[in-house]
Design a protein around this ligand. Structure first.
Ligand code: NI
Length: 256
């Protein structure tokens, strides 16, 4: 059983592939977590999970949508958090790659959702892009009150940052980017503790080699597993088994 811990199958780029993806998820030993980026897409993620076996939902407001976060959205996330197929709050965090939305509003939305996270029985999934220092500063204030754990999705930081996030007990998800040519990523894969590593696709983005240029899909998570196995000198089956066990430990509502 392989688990894609982070997918956006409801993205319009997958409109024509969606029914096949859902069929594959039933037919293959595979599960995926559908991630919302705002309140509407979080509700759609829950809907997808409710109607399809092997699909779970992650709910929250992405930093790019920070300015849209309202009290009503936070209340909706609180209400949905007890749903049996809602496995985490996310993806929340800070993305400084583009000038908008302004950092101040991203920090407000991130902190409000971290505060919510301390009151929920859910782990948190973080989106961190070019914002490691601010993320660590804010996260450090809340990490000890987030009882179910923290996952850094699409981890693209340094080995040094792994050491800092390790102090907060974080998990790390790696995706298609590790199949792109870049020796530095191999050091990062080796620096992550084996029991803290998860796999993901972030589909339809970040398509792994050799399918670059086509939409990414949850089943391509096996290519990420292959790359991890190659770097660690392990067989792919044991990587799949271990990362799935890690995913189920963190996303504890995935029980079957
Ligand atoms: Ni994502």
């Amino acid at each position: 059983m392989i688990i894609d811990s982070h997918a956006h199958v409801n993205d319009s780029a997958l409109d024509e592939l969606r029914s096949q993806i859902l069929q594959d998820t039933m037919d293959m030993p595979m599960k995926f977590c559908e991630v919302g980026f705002d309140c509407d897409s979080s509700l759609r993620a829950v809907d997808l999970a409710e109607n399809n076996s092997g699909v779970y939902a992650i709910i929250g407001t992405h930093p790019q949508e920070a300015e849209k976060l309202t009290d009503e959205h936070l209340e909706t996330y609180r209400r949905l958090s007890t749903h049996p197929k809602v496995v985490a709050l996310g993806e929340i965090g800070l993305d400084y790659h583009y000038p908008d939305p302004p950092r101040e509003s991203q920090l407000v939305a991130f902190e409000r959702q971290l505060q919510l996270a301390t009151t929920l029985d859910l782990p948190v999934v973080l989106h961190v892009r070019e914002s490691y220092k601010d993320t660590l500063d804010l996260l450090s204030q809340y990490a000890s009150d987030i009882k179910r754990g923290i996952l850094l999705h699409c981890y693209s930081g340094s080995v040094e940052s792994v050491k800092l996030f390790d102090k907060l007990g974080c998990y790390y998800a790696l995706g298609g980017a590790i199949t792109f040519k870049n020796a530095k990523k191999e050091e990062v894969i080796k620096a992550i503790s084996p029991d803290r590593l998860l796999l993901e696709t972030d589909c339809p983005y970040m398509t792994p080699v050799p399918f670059r240029g086509t939409p990414n899909m949850p089943k391509y998570v096996s290519l990420v597993a292959q790359k991890v196995a190659e770097v660690l000198g392990e067989d792919v089956e044991s990587v799949i088994e271990r990362t799935s066990a890690n995913t189920k430990r963190l996303f504890y509502k995935i029980v079957d």
